[in-house]
Design a protein around this ligand. Structure first.
Ligand code: CP3
Length: 365
């Protein structure tokens, strides 16, 4: 299938909002919108392994479309079904998805000498070509209903997984590297950054219309360590991706940074090449506007757990959120982190409906 001649886009609300244009209502999508809370996802997952789905373009496409088919015009974007851990895999590490535990690396990096185990020269297009194929196929199957996001993990978050070997409460092993082996840490982060740039450009070439970088573990770092070990690479990614896209005559797509927990870095995340800064629920919208000097579009940020509290609480919290981000636009609604696996899909519907209704009302006033 060709990565050209895609069907025309019928809903470009999120693309216009990302560029800071005044739009008729707040666009909305949900991190992890294709996931375990959907019975139709569980059904497919019964028959296929998680990474098997990621590597099979037809299945990845099918799962990407599930929330779009279910919620119809209530969603303004889709995100390709994949995972941030495909980059460690492309670097040569084994990653398993273990029921009840999440991702597990059987052989994590223990000492900088283990970096020699990683592939020296990664042919990204070859290793991750299955993601590109899934993106191209999905762009055709979406038939222009909504734009498609590509994504990746930020270098610090990926490095932390590669060292911790999976989830961790303290990240003490990964953090130890920062202070004990700073030079080797920068070398590793730089390698991950190089692969990431290549991968993001490839995703746009394949048809991605926006890109989001997930720095899920940014909030575990002190402001000083974030500025030393995460921010420079996040910045380099935006700069190089945009240069490459322009040079290759590809669309210079809007980019979103989600540095979860890094409220202290909002000013630093402004004007480094990302049109959109995604917020978790601990950040007050008004504070975020002030910290970013109103120079970026803000995304977020309802606490995902409100979706357990019943339709009234969802309506009340969603209304307050839309109002707090204000009537001047520059807001893309989402949750403050990924949707949780035990949420009732009808609770999400209430959230989506409320945001659309309230945001259209306040624009009309
Ligand atoms: O719908 C979408 O948002 C697209 C798909 C997507 C997945 N993972 C699918 C997935 C995206 C964007 C991600 C990103 C991702 N993956 C992040 C960043 C976002 C965040 O939550 O901070 C991280 C840290 C990962 C790594 C990862 N993958 C973890 C920690 C887990 C297990 C815990 C969990 O929430 O399930 C996964 C597994 C995973 N990734 C699932 C899905 C649908 C569930 C896997 C299963 O079916 O068993």
């Amino acid at each position: 299938m060709s990565a050209t001649n895609f069907p025309p886009l019928k809903n470009d609300l999120i693309l216009r909002a990302s560029r800071g244009e005044k739009v008729e209502r707040v666009p909305i999508w949900i991190m992890r919108q294709a996931g375990r809370y959907l019975p139709e996802f569980q059904e497919v997952r019964k028959h296929h392994g998680f990474f098997e789905i990621c590597r099979t373009p037809e299945l990845a496409c099918q799962l990407t479309l599930q929330p779009i088919d279910r919620y119809g015009s209530l969603l303004d974007a889709s995100i390709i079904f994949s995972d941030i851990l495909v980059i460690p895999q492309a670097l040569g590490m084994e990653v398993q998805m273990v029921e009840g535990r999440g991702p597990v690396f059987p052989e994590p990096l223990v000492h900088p000498k283990d970096v020699a185990r990683l592939r020296e020269h990664v042919n990204v297009d070859q290793e991750l070509g299955y993601v590109y194929k899934a993106i191209t196929l999905t762009r055709h199957k979406l038939d222009g209903r909504v734009p498609l996001f590509g994504f990746t993990g930020a270098p610090w978050t990926l490095m932390a997984y590669m060292i911790e070997g999976g989830g961790s409460k303290t990240l003490s092993k990964a953090k130890t590297w920062l202070w004990k082996f700073p030079e080797e840490t920068h070398e590793l982060l730089q390698r991950i950054t190089g692969v990431t740039v290549e991968f993001l450009v490839g995703q746009v070439r394949a048809g991605a219309q926006m890109l989001q970088i997930f720095d899920s573990w940014a909030g575990e770092l002190s402001p000083h360590d974030f500025r030393t070990y995460s921010l420079p690479y996040i910045k380099q990614i935006a700069t190089e991706v945009k240069e490459r896209l322009a040079r290759e005559n590809l669309e210079v797509v809007p980019m979103t940074i989600f540095a979860k927990g890094a409220w202290y870095a909002l000013a630093d995340l402004t004007n480094i090449g990302y049109e959109v800064v995604s917020l978790d629920w601990t950040i007050d919208p008004e504070y975020a506007r002030h910290a970013t000097k109103d120079q970026v579009v803000l995304q977020g940020n309802m606490d995902p757990s409100v979706l357990f509290a019943g339709h009234d609480a969802i309506r009340e919290t969603a209304t307050r959120m839309v109002q707090a981000f204000g009537r001047d636009g520059k807001h893309i609604a989402n949750l403050g982190h990924g949707i949780l696996p035990t949420v009732d899909p009808e609770a999400l519907r209430t959230y989506l409906e409320t945001v659309q209704r309230v945001s259209a009302e306040i624009r009309e006033d």
